[in-house]
Design a protein around this ligand. Structure first.
Ligand code: AMP
Ligand code: MG
Length: 520
């Protein structure tokens, strides 16, 4: 395995002079050097050939001792210096102070085909930022991150990715439901990748400490490497930088809304400065369409991070980033303008996204009413979001009365569709049919285009849980099956039709399927 090591973060930014692995407040530094914990008996469960190729790694080397050693944290790759990043954050709306990589250790950066990739082990042991935690990760949360981040990539959603999933061979004590019943679980390590793992919280940390010098260094570094098109640092460039981050963040969230992904813990320390989906924890996929749904049990009371609130939270988080960057600009107006634009762009981009889900190309004035009416209909009785939009592509012009039949499979309890509710649906299908009549496309053309934005297969919460349960027994076949299935989420894959199905009833209230806890 010949890696093109190209470290920039730890070479260009100030490191913590203290090299001991003790928990502490770290000042004047973006990172602390730390070595991964030696895993007792590492074992490769799965690796992503697609990701490997991006890094210049031959998938043949997955079975090598070197691959196992490097990506389990057993051996440090020559001439590299692993480190944990310092960052802060707002958690559930409150300032939480210094957080940092508590269970992630950056190995190195690789340059391949002109692209820079940072590689990071999640679950490789404690760091100066581990606070009360052990720096470890359990198999269940690692399977979820591994499968979902690659699935999101194939869905076309901006995301961090994953190279490998390993067992550490060590047991990890976890109180999964925070109810005083801790149990030992298998420890695991994911090697995840992204051009950079810098978050909003990295900027917030320096801003909170009035450390403008390092705030500027970090911002200049970020622009130079990841927003080079913005040019040399200046007040104008910082404003353009904030604008670009706002746009990317909005774009990412609109993608989430499109595919029905609920992040679950959109704290500012979980917001990538590149607008990538990051930190797959208590996330979930909408099954029944519901703006109020959140998978995160920690958030069950306030539902701050519910599906319908994700765009607002994105804006709130951007406001925190604006506050952090303010010392570099010292004028509030440019930030206010960009934040206001987020709101208007949100409206127009949501409408555009919904049009694409309905196979509409023309912009008609009545579209926002059509969408609002559809949302009302989807809430009449529990309706599976993924199945509904996928089957809507089968709707034919001139046959509004066949609308319900076309999407019937999406209803969890068809008997709940009373006459009134059916009539409301029928009225909507009639409007939709009038609307598609002004489009130039034929039924089959519309279907083709809808099927590129409405996935047939997503990582339903229960699917991940089935894969986890098997993996716990040492059977990794379902991880592999789902990994391959989700590489082509928009393809029919008739041989996998069994995964184009509503959540089974047993999974409705099962832990791991509908209830997820924050940190694991
Ligand atoms: P998260 O909820 O995953 O975004 O984590 C919030 C913060 O807690 C981050 O600083 C994490 O690194 C830290 N953290 C979460 N779980 C652990 C753990 N098991 N050990 C150490 N730190 C952790
Ligand atoms: Mg996090």
């Amino acid at each position: 395995m010949q890696l093109q090591i190209n470290d920039t973060f730890n070479k260009e930014l100030p490191s913590d002079p203290n090299k001991t692995n003790t928990r502490r407040q770290v000042k004047n530094a973006t990172h602390s050097y730390v070595s991964p914990k030696q895993p007792t008996k590492p074992k490769l469960i799965h690796a992503s050939p697609e990701m490997a190729k991006e890094l210049g790694i031959d998938p043949e080397s997955f079975s090598s001792k070197e691959f196992l050693d490097v990506f389990s944290g057993s051996k440090i790759y020559p001439k590299t210096n692993p480190y944990a990043m310092a960052y802060a954050g707002h958690q559930f709306g409150n300032w939480a102070g210094q957080l940092g990589d508590g269970r992630a250790i950056n190995l190195f950066e690789v340059k391949h085909n002109g692209n820079l990739w940072a590689l990071q082990l999640k679950g490789a042991g404690e760091t100066p930022y581990s606070r009360q935690g052990d720096g470890l990760a359990v198999l269940r949360s690692s399977v979820r991150e591994y499968l979902c981040s690659e699935a999101m990539y194939h869905l076309g959603v901006p995301t961090t990715r994953a190279l490998s999933l390993m067992l550490s061979g060590d047991d990890v004590l976890r109180d999964m439901l925070y109810d005083g019943n801790p149990e030992y679980e298998k420890g695991a390590i994911v090697c995840r990748t992204a051009p950079t793992f810098i978050r909003f919280g990295n900027f917030e940390l320096f801003a909170a400490r009035q450390d403008t010098k390092n705030l500027k260094r970090l911002t200049d570094y970020t622009i130079q490497h990841f927003y080079p098109e913005l040019g040399a640092p200046s007040k104008e460039t910082y404003i353009e930088f904030f604008k670009a981050v706002s746009e990317r963040t909005l774009e990412m969230i609109i993608h989430w809304q499109r595919v029905g992904f609920v992040h679950g813990v959109m704290n500012t320390d979980n917001m990538s400065i590149l607008g990538l989906t990051i930190d797959y924890g208590p996330y979930g996929w909408l099954e029944g369409f519901d703006f109020g749904w959140t998978p995160n049990t920690t958030d069950a009371q306030n539902k701050r991070y519910r599906y319908g609130n994700q765009p607002n939270v994105g804006l709130w988080n951007l406001l925190q980033l604006a506050n952090a960057l303010f010392p570099l600009v010292e004028e509030p107006e440019p930030f206010e303008l960009i934040l206001n634009n987020y709101k208007t762009n949100f409206e127009t981009k949501t409408l555009q996204m919904m049009r694409s889900k309905l196979g509409l190309e023309i912009e008609a004035e009545t579209d926002s009413t059509l969408m609002a009416d559809l949302e009302d209909c989807l809430l009449l009785t529990e309706t599976d979001m993924t199945i509904f939009f996928r089957l809507l592509a089968n709707f034919e012009k001139g046959k509004p009365e066949r609308g319900i039949k076309a999407v019937e499979k999406a209803f969890y309890k068809k008997e709940e569709l009373t006459e009134d509710k059916s009539n409301q649906w029928l009225a909507w299908f009639s409007n939709y049919e009038r609307r598609i009549n002004i489009e130039a496309s034929t039924d089959s053309e519309r279907k083709l285009s809808m099927n590129t934005v409405n996935p047939k297969y997503v990582l339903r919460n229960y699917m991940a849980q089935l894969a986890i349960d098997k993996a716990d027994d040492g059977d990794y076949s379902l991880i592999d099956e789902l990994f391959n299935l989700l590489k082509n989420p928009y393809s029919e894959q008739p041989e996998h039709e069994n995964w184009f199905a509503k959540r089974p009833e047993w999974a409705r209230h099962k832990v791991g399927c509908s209830m997820l806890s924050c940190s694991s």
